[in-house]
Ligand binder design. Structure first.
Ligand SMILES: Nc1nc2c(ncn2[C@@H]2O[C@@H]3COP(=O)(O)O[C@H]4[C@@H](O)[C@H](n5cnc6c(=O)[nH]c(N)nc65)O[C@@H]4COP(=O)(O)O[C@H]3[C@H]2O)c(=O)[nH]1
Length: 750
């Protein structure tokens, strides 16, 4: 660019040559004007010229400003601008271009553009540049530029050939726009990767819109679900659901996704072919800019096999692989649970150690194959013989541990009899008929121990003793239990024949009204005389009969005999009395019982008002609501009901009121202490008070002295029964004494 003095010089020269070419006639006409006018005219021209100068100056400044602005825009444009000659030489470049190439602008000028292209892209550049030169249209290309500092940058070129007016092929230039695309490229790579991950993921991916309509699935989805992409797109995601979960399950899942943004867990799904499988799902919500759900992403895998493997591992960890019985580890878990319940309910629990006698011989002589089959068959038999709540576990070899909740020594004795009986039947294994007997050791919670280890130790010791005692038998850990269980078994077996062998007899004990010393009733008491066992107390054999279920038969026999006897006395013309028959809890719980009583009364033709049924307080209060129903049914038929052993249980007064019974029987334990214990006197007083306020009659049992009788009479007790009035006697003797008894009573009681 030329400076200002240079410019003036040029103008002067131009003006002089112009003056030489221009004739003077063309100059303004001043000749006819006066000098003043000319001076004036010149001044005006001078001012005009100055004004024109000023205008020109301003135009020039504005031009320069606009050029600067253009240059700024050019230099700082977001893309690089290059002008290349037809040889590919850089003749112009903006600052952005220089900065993209990582080099000063001046060092770029006159250099060939190709010099900055990486070796790999050089060929491409040449082909591209030739193409640009040949065609007069904009062309695009992507390549990598090698910067002087060694770094590379990916760029996009947009090039256009510019033909100079009047020029030829050599004067053509190429304008190239260079855009940095490395961020876009990175994003593209990322997107590509994401697409690959989506497609190649081993987990099924399902993308839905905000309405949960499927918009995208991957290959794994097709593999797992069996549905093609075309069959899935546009469908609601519920197409995978099964009936395995209820509607509320799905509601909860989607509520969680909407509330917390995601949910994960197991969900049962149906394949296209109808098969169900278990999927592990991760469902995530995608929010849009307004924080509203725009999409849901469901990622899941088929975990059916995994679950089966897990179950298998679980089985291996907790079950014996040969017999399928729980192993020691599971047994321990179960027994801890059973012991906790037994502790809370204060109930018993039995643990048995069972070992098969001479099992080793089977293995040694017939082979392990036969031994294994024998163990499996034995385990099956055991399982079928016990209840669902019991646990049979195999420790290994021929050792088993058996746990029976809610089972005391007597229950255990019954069970063990059953197990020994089971082993009598032979097993057919392959061609062999085998009989295998067990030796069993028994420990009972809480007597023998309160924890698993102690109970195991005791049962183990007991089993050792059973082996020593000749095998094929059982031993309790404690000798008392052994003795009592043995006695129980003997009594139970003897009881089975007592009825048919006519070993039972009824005794009658008088019940007397205190106000007029009248014999008003008799309690019926069962007696059993066994040829070997001798006299067996009802307190001993009644619970055994209850446990073995024999009480139903025995109770019916007692009822019928008592009713028959009462009717016989009435028929004989004796003054009618009430016969009080004891009822067992087992009879009372039998739903057919009220009907049975009515049937017996009908068959024996005794009016119901002569029968009283004695129910112990414990039985009545065990299930009071059920008791109320049964009592009411009996009362409705005109039968009297009394509560026996009153004061020994925990009667709820509100139930007592609703029982609608006729009589309370004060337990003999309070009566026998009347003289010695002021507490017992207070209790009797209280019972009499309660009975009076509820409108119930009272009878005191176990009266053995005049002192007791006097006290009871003074306190307002209605009736008495006990040795002082009369011991229980067989029917004939009771009858013989009947008249005499009343007479003697009259004298004794007055
Ligand atoms: N120390 C003393 N004892 C007296 C006196 N007066 C009567 N006893 C006895 O006390 C028991 C009263 O019968 P329980 O409380 O119903 O108690 C009865 C009853 O619960 C049950 N029982 C007896 N017979 C039957 C029956 O046929 N069926 C049912 N389910 N239980 C029966 O056996 C329990 C015992 O009966 P038993 O041995 O006959 O004993 C009877 C009786 O002999 C007395 O002044 N002093």
């Amino acid at each position: 660019m030329k400076d200002k003095s240079g410019m003036a010089e040029v103008q002067r020269l131009e003006a002089e040559s112009e003056l030489a070419r221009t004739p003077l006639t063309s100059l303004p006409e001043f000749s006819h004007s006066s000098p003043d006018e000319m001076l004036h005219e010149l001044r005006v021209h001078q001012i005009e010229l100055e004004m024109q100068n000023e205008e020109l100056r301003r135009a020039q400044i504005s031009l320069e400003e606009s050029r600067d602005r253009y240059l700024d825009l050019y230099d700082f444009a977001p893309v690089g601008y290059f002008t290349l000659t037809s040889e590919g030489q850089i003749t112009e470049v903006n600052l952005t271009g220089a900065s993209l190439f990582g080099i000063e602008r001046s060092k770029l000028l006159q250099r060939r553009f190709a010099r900055f292209v990486t070796i790999e892209d050089k060929d491409r550049w040449h082909r591209y540049f030739i193409g640009v030169l040949r065609n007069k249209e904009q062309r695009q290309c992507e390549l990598t530029v090698q910067r002087p500092d060694g770094s590379a940058i990916e760029v996009q070129l947009d090039s256009l050939r510019i033909d100079i007016a009047g020029g030829d092929e050599r004067t053509r230039v190429v304008r190239v726009t260079v855009t940095d695309i490395h961020i876009r490229k990175q994003a593209e790579v990322k997107l590509h990767l994401i697409a690959k991950v989506f497609e190649q993921s081993g987990e099924a991916i399902m993308v839905t819109d905000a309405d949960r309509t499927t918009i995208m699935v991957n290959q794994a989805f097709t593999t797992i679900s069996g549905y093609s992409e075309a069959e899935t797109i546009g469908q609601n995601q519920t197409m995978l659901q099964t009936d395995h979960h209820g509607a509320d399950f799905y509601q909860k899942v989607w509520a969680t996704v909407d509330l917390e943004g995601h949910w994960q867990g197991e969900m049962s799904c149906r394949r296209r072919d109808g098969h169900e499988y278990m999927g592990w799902f991760l469902i995530s919500r995608v929010l849009n800019a307004d924080s509203n759900p725009s999409n849901y992403i469901m990622i899941f895998s088929d975990i059916t096999e995994h679950k089966e493997a897990q179950a298998h591992i679980q089985r291996l960890a907790h079950f014996d692989p040969l017999t399928g019985l729980p192993n020691r580890s599971l047994l321990k878990n179960r027994i801890l649970h059973d012991l906790a319940i037994a502790q809370r309910n204060q109930s018993a629990l039995t643990l048995m150690f069972l070992d098969l006698d001479h099992f080793k011989n089977v293995n040694d002589s017939l082979g392990h194959q036969v031994g294994d089959q024998l163990l499996i068959a034995w385990a099956k038999r055991l399982i079928n013989a016990v209840r669902g709540q019991d646990t049979i576990s195999r420790l290994g070899g021929d050792e088993f541990i058996l746990v029976f909740p809610e089972t005391d020594a007597i229950g255990a004795a019954h069970l063990v009899e059953k197990l020994l009986e089971l082993s009598q039947q032979p097993y057919q294994i392959e061609q062999y008929e085998l009989v295998v007997t067990p030796s069993i050791g028994i420990a009972v919670f809480p007597g023998d121990g309160t924890d698993f280890e102690t109970l195991c130790r005791c049962a183990d010791v007991a089993m050792y003793r059973a082996k020593q005692a000749g095998r094929n038998g059982f031993r309790f850990f404690t000798s008392e239990m052994q003795a009592s269980s043995a006695r129980v078994m003997i009594v139970e077996n003897a009881l089975r024949h007592a009825l048919e062998r006519d070993q039972f007899q009824l005794y009658f004990q008088p019940q007397v009204r205190l106000s007029d010393s009248q014999l008003v009733g008799a309690e019926v008491l069962l007696r059993w005389e066994h040829p070997e066992l001798g006299h067996v107390d009802p307190a001993d054999f009644i619970p055994i009969a209850e446990d073995s279920g024999q009480i139903l038969q025995i109770g019916e026999w007692v009822l019928r005999q008592a009713v028959r006897q009462c009717k016989a006395w009435i028929d004989k013309g004796l003054a009618p009395i009430l016969i009080a028959v004891n009822l067992s809890a087992v009879q009372f719980r039998d739903p057919r019982f009220p009907e049975l009583v009515m049937q017996v009364l009908r068959e024996e033709q005794l009016p119901p008002q002569y029968l009283e049924l004695e129910l112990t307080e414990g039985v009545a209060m065990d299930n009071p609501l059920e008791a109320i129903i049964i009592i009411n049914r009996l009362l409705a038929h005109g039968i009297s009901m009394s509560i026996d052993d009153f004061g020994t249980g925990y009667s709820s007064l509100s139930y007592l009121r609703r029982f609608d019974i006729n009589k309370l029987k004060i337990d003999q334990s309070f009566v026998c202490e009347i003289g010695a214990s002021s507490e017992n006197r207070a209790i009797i007083n209280a019972i009499l008070g309660v009975a009076k306020s509820l409108g119930l009659k009272t009878i005191a049992e176990g009266v053995e002295s005049e002192e007791q009788m006097t006290f009871l009479r003074e306190k307002g007790c209605d009736e008495v029964q006990g040795f002082f009035i009369g011991k229980p006697l067989p029917a004939e003797q009771f009858e013989e004494n009947f008249e005499r008894q009343v007479l003697s009573l009259n004298t004794r009681l007055k």
